[in-house]
Design a protein around this ligand. Structure first.
Ligand code: DGJ
Length: 750
């Protein structure tokens, strides 16, 4: 199937048209510059030269003074929509590249040279990126632009997948010249759009309230999100949405952007005076530089652009599919993640081997499959001020050793998992005492400390090697099934004492490459290992991390009501099955709120399900509920993992929240609603569903969470898909009390 067409037209123009019938992305070289002619809903092949912005403006031929037809009336370069814009020759917007040259110049002039097209997609060395399992399902176009003076080649790579409206884009800079240069900025993608009629949504937050959605119209100037913390962070997420103003969850044209990267990033939209919008995605240019000698290569991370005409829900499903089919390990796309118990909120640092085994045994009896021992099992860790960096058993706490505990857990027929914080060190550790210089710090300046810990210099291979050796030894000793990889502080004093002054701008990017390297080596050595990402909760929830850890701890906030907001925002770009979600105790440790056990489970079902409380403290009736929850989850897990997801009612604007998942064949669905505040004598309302077959008849059942009842499901009725989508479920069968949840399961009778 040809996904990329190259056409030469009578007017001499050569046009590249990437299309799979769901999206079109059209470009052409114009006087050496690669222009974007169109991106959006699919178009037929045609000559689209007329889409070049050619309104005559004063000083019109300025940028092309050396080019052919300098007397011709040409558009200004600053009004053209470009794929690889540069600063210094008439375009005053933010460029895609800045190259510092030996003579101090930062001007470049990348001219179109040639292109290649091939089936499939190459792996980006050392970086996470989308992959393809069957080369016939994607095509890649590589366009080479050359800057003659420096000898730099910019190879722009575009991959289109056969049936997802999404383009993956990255840039490789190859140095074919003689003199060393320094890249000071290199964006992975520039998307120039012809107008500014978009609302930009971003996913901002903080610890315990990650990825809340904020939406505002584009305005003149620059709207930017980003991180300079060394991790994508709780504060901002490397994803953004640009939607036409009338877009709803189900209707409207919408673009989604994601950056497959976990370090410092920048996503911005710049609206110019002609009301054009330039969206750029890449490594944050603050304190970034990269030295390139002749013969060397710099590979940018990958950016994704998805497009939907079916509103925000449509866009979410595009990104959910992309993550499931092209980013996370295919094994975990197709298998249920084990139901886990994590001891953190059950015990914190107060545990013994005996108490852990009791927790494991009780969990196991209810159907839990994986026991995760969180922080505190290693080194001299009695609380959070010691031990990081020493990944050997804390014999004071576990006198018979971690291998013995692992054996006992495995003997229960449970999987065993351990917490690590590989990138960090406490000064109270053997690792720090032997290698104080391994901490990231700037000479002659103080070292910022957070939670008594310091950041190891993962830009150094010897540091990564040492941590690999230690973790690998524990994995072998314990036959470990799972790792929770935490990261509890951001980077400060980024300086690498093994590198010269000119290379210091590389430290933060090299750091994250070191993190990826450790992930890759661990997974190569132990392919069965399931790694859950974590950074004080959801401080590094991004598609870069998902390439290695198919589930990420969404937030340290385990309150089910708070999670409605967090999981709602996270669901825009990330599939439910990637979002770690646990049933925790009440009153909740972060908020003090008391929420029914059933509601805590319903909210956690729509993530990677687990428990994080002392199950031994529950009553027999509650334990029976837990057993039932696990059975229900197992029954519907594949629908939640593989189905289409629809946000129905937003907790941000209502006193209830509702959402649903529908199987790909539209025959089965699961619908949840949770009340935030119930009002007496309230107005009528209905819950309209999505994604069903209008003409099919469906049987609707409500899940009965009451322990002691022999009826797990209560019949609600039989309705056509048309009724369920146009009329909806009547209010009277929905929630009646604060924080109450209702769960419906819906099955086609056809
Ligand atoms: C932060 C994590 O998000 C928590 O779940 C827990 O693992 C603690 N760190 C342990 O220190």
């Amino acid at each position: 199937m040809a996904l990329i067409n190259v056409s030469t037209f009578k007017d001499g123009s050569v046009q590249f048209h990437l299309s799979n019938g769901k999206i079109s992305y059209i470009m052409m070289p114009f006087y050496g510059k690669l222009l974007n002619l169109y991106v959006g809903a699919p178009l037929p092949d045609n000559n689209y030269t007329y889409l070049i912005e050619n309104t005559f403006r004063v000083l019109a031929n300025l940028p092309f003074e050396d080019g052919p037809g300098s007397e011709e009336r040409l558009p200004k370069i600053e009004q053209l929509r470009q794929e690889f814009p540069e600063y210094g020759r008439g375009d005053y917007r933010i460029p895609a590249i800045t190259v510092l040259q030996e003579n101090g110049s930062r001007i470049s002039d990348f001219q179109y040279m040639d292109y290649v097209i091939y089936d499939g997609k190459k792996k980006l060395e050392g970086l996470p990126s989308t992959y393809i399992t069957d080369d016939s399902n994607a095509q890649t176009l590589e366009i080479t632009l050359v800057d003659e003076v420096t000898g730099l080649w910019a190879i722009l790579s575009y991959t289109i997948f056969s049936d997802i409206p999404l383009i993956a884009k990255s840039v490789r800079i190859e140095h074919h010249g003689q003199h060393s240069v320094q890249l000071q900025r290199i964006y992975s993608a520039t998307f120039d759009l012809p107008d500014m009629q978009y609302n930009m949504s971003e996913f901002m937050g903080a610890w315990a309230r990650e990825r809340y959605i904020y939406t505002q119209p584009l305005h003149f100037g620059i709207q930017a999100i980003g991180s300079t913390r060394g991790a994508s962070s709780h504060f901002s997420n490397p994803t953004a949405i640009f939607a036409r103003p009338d877009t709803t969850q189900t209707h409207g044209q919408v673009f989604g952007i994601s950056f497959i990267y976990s370090g410092n990033f920048d996503i911005h939209a710049e609206v110019d005076t002609y009301e054009q919008t330039r969206i750029q995605v890449g490594i944050n240019a603050l304190n970034f530089s990269w030295h390139l000698n002749s013969g060397e290569i710099f590979q940018s991370p990958e950016a994704l652009l998805g497009f939907s005409e079916e509103g925000y829900n449509g866009l979410s499903n595009i990104f959910h599919r992309t993550v499931r089919e092209h980013i996370i390990n295919p094994y975990w796309s197709n298998h249920r993640h084990p139901i886990l118990i994590n001891n953190w909120e059950a015990t914190y640092y107060d545990f013994t081997e005996e108490s852990l085994l009791q927790l494991a045994a009780t969990s196991n009896a209810q159907g839990v499959e994986l026991f995760v021992l969180d922080d505190g099992w290693f080194g001299a860790r009695m609380e959070d001020n010691a031990g990081l960096g020493d990944w050997q058993t804390n014999l004071k706490r576990l006198p018979s050793g971690i291998a013995s505990l692992a054996r006992k857990i495995h003997n229960l027929d449970m999987k065993f998992g351990l917490w690590f914080e590989p990138e960090m060190v406490n000064k109270q550790s053997n690792l720090y005492r032997s290698h104080p210089d391994w901490v990231l710090h700037t000479p002659n300046r103080g070292q910022s400390v957070h939670r008594y810990q310091y950041v190891l210099n993962f830009a150094r291979q010897d540091v990564v090697d040492e941590i690999f050796t230690q973790i690998a030894a524990i994995i072998r000793q314990t036959n470990l099934d799972y790792i929770k990889w935490d990261m509890n502080r951001f980077i400060t004093e980024a300086f690498d004492n093994t590198r010269c002054a000119a290379l210091q701008g590389e430290v933060q990017h090299r750091y994250i490459l070191g993190v990826y390297n450790l992930y890759e080596r661990l997974l190569e050595a132990f392919p069965h290992l399931l790694i859950e990402g974590c950074a004080s909760g959801g401080g590094r929830f991004d598609m870069g991390m998902l390439a290695y850890s198919p589930q990420i701890w969404t937030s340290d906030n385990t309150d089910a009501i708070e999670r409605l907001y967090i999981q709602w925002g996270t669901s825009y770009m990330y599939p439910l099955a990637t979002q770690g979600a646990h049933v925790s105790t009440v009153p909740n440790h972060q908020t003090g709120r008391i929420v029914p056990l059933a509601t805590r489970a319903v909210v956690a079902f729509f993530g990677t399900f687990g428990y994080e409380l002392d199950l031994n403290a529950l009553s027999d009736l509650e334990l029976e509920q837990v057993r039932m929850q696990i059975q229900i989850y197992k029954e519907y897990e594949s629908l939640i993992r593989e189905g289409r997801y629809y946000r129905l009612i937003s907790p941000f604007s209502h006193d209830r929240a509702a959402w649903m998942c529908v199987s790909q064949d539209c025959r089965h669905a699961i619908v949840a609603e949770v009340s935030l505040a119930v009002h007496p004598n309230k107005a009528n309302s209905r819950l309209q569903l999505e994604g069903l077959l209008e003409r099919s008849m469906y049987c609707i059942r409500k899940v009965n969470f009451d322990s002691g009842s022999s009826h797990r499901y209560l019949e609600y009725g039989i309705r056509s898909g048309a009724e369920l989508m146009r009329i909806g479920i009547q209010d009277s069968s929905l929630v009646e009390r604060d924080y109450q949840a209702t769960l419906f399961v819906i099955d086609s009778l056809d």
